[in-house]
Design a protein around this ligand. Structure first.
Ligand SMILES: *Cc1c(COP(=O)(O)O)cnc(C)c1O
Length: 372
């Protein structure tokens, strides 16, 4: 008979220290579960920056057509998607890596470069995945405080030491929704040593309206040690399929390709991604809806006197000034799921995804009731 008690003790000893120190990610609750738990007929999810318009009809068509092929392994090189991206972005195919979401690529990047004798520089607060992948590799994090909801590029550059391997930047920033400008990025890049790689996460690239916004791919083309990350999860509405890509110099991409799983992108995701790129109308409708929703939220928040950070993404960081977890629970009772700011580093804020008009209205209604 196996002695369970003793068995437990001994296997715990062999877990890597890095893993011991990681707190498990707590995913948001699905709509169905919230409905059942609270006995609500209508629940609006504005928590994960998903596309409120759903999925492009072209994607649906392709998925129906391609399902019969999933007995086969996917094309491990994602050739056809790389070709489409290469045409669209004006970069060679050997400058593109495809991943299981940009989360998957962040892990590949960490595994390729980081170890327990190196440092990575991040903003605080910033997207949780940077901290996760760095901790997993035992890498020391140098954290630089945000400055008035903006990444402090000057301080981030000063955080670089001889041990620094990666710097994680997010443009637009999540959860603040703010951007840094071309001139700021150029000034920053000119200060970074050649043996440090800048990971430029542009998950919300498609939503940006500000003219001064830099296109990260331009800097890859100019030869800077930059890895640009983009995703199909946000503007293209494919969060559930898991698809992202990295653009960088061919030798950096080759290094990443060594580390990834041989079949890290599933067949349906690859085909869906290609179809999504072709549907320009859907992307335009997505951006139009986002702009209109943004204007509506600004107007209503101004009316009730609640502060917010003007956004370049598909979510708004709202400064309620009260405990975010309490606020989150109150809004849940009104059938609206938002993201409490506390785990994101803004304990008196809420991050609210911009939804369809009726979803935004439900949020404002709930907010008013909660603040009464
Ligand atoms: C949503 C998000 C991602 C994750 O994208 P996936 O492709 O779904 O893994 C990456 N970075 C930031 C900043 C995000 O907000």
């Amino acid at each position: 008979m196996l002695n369970v008690k003793r068995g437990l003790k001994s296997w715990k000893r062999i877990v890597r220290d890095e893993v011991h120190n990681i707190k498990p990610y707590i995913p948001g609750k699905p709509i169905k579960e919230v409905k059942e738990e609270l006995g609500l007929a209508e629940v609006y999810k504005l928590a994960s920056n998903e596309n409120p318009l759903g999925v492009s009809p072209r994607v649906k068509e392709v998925l129906t057509r391609e399902t019969v092929n999933i007995n086969r392994y996917p094309d491990g090189a994602s050739r056809s998607l790389k070709r489409s991206l290469s045409d669209k972005l004006g970069v060679k195919e050997d400058m593109i890596a495809i991943g299981n979401g940009s989360d998957g690529l962040l892990k590949v990047i960490a595994e390729a470069f980081l170890d327990n004798n190196s440092q990575a520089v991040i903003s605080y607060p910033s997207f949780v995945e940077y901290k996760f992948v760095s901790q997993l590799m035992g890498t020391q994090l140098i954290r630089v405080w945000m400055k008035n909801y903006h990444q402090n590029l000057e301080a981030l550059a000063r955080g670089v030491t001889s041990k620094t391997k990666l710097i994680f930047l997010t443009n637009p920033h999540n959860p603040a929704g703010t951007i840094f400008r071309k001139d700021e990025l150029e000034q920053f890049l000119s200060q970074i040593p050649d043996d440090v790689i800048v990971v430029l996460d542009e998950a919300y690239h498609e939503f940006v309206q500000d003219e001064s916004y830099p296109d990260g791919i331009e800097y890859v083309k100019q030869g800077y040690p930059v890895i640009v990350l983009r995703t199909f999860s946000k503007a293209y509405g494919l969060a559930g399929l898991r698809l992202g890509y990295a653009i960088s110099a061919p030798d950096i991409i080759e290094t990443l390709m060594k580390v990834r799983d041989p079949f890290n992108v599933n067949h349906l995701a690859e085909k869906a991604g290609q179809a999504a790129l072709e549907d320009k109308d859907f992307l335009e409708a997505t951006i139009r809806n986002n702009e209109q929703g943004k204007e509506y939220l600004y107007t209503e928040l101004d009316k009730i006197g609640v502060g917010y950070v003007p956004t370049q993404a598909n979510f708004v960081l709202i400064r309620t000034g009260v405990d975010s977890i309490k606020m989150f629970k109150e809004l849940l009772k009104h059938g609206v799921i938002v993201r409490p700011g506390k785990p994101l580093g803004y304990p008196h804020h809420l991050r609210v995804s911009i939804g369809l008009p009726e979803e935004n209205e439900a949020f404002i209604r709930g907010l008013k009731l909660t603040l009464e």
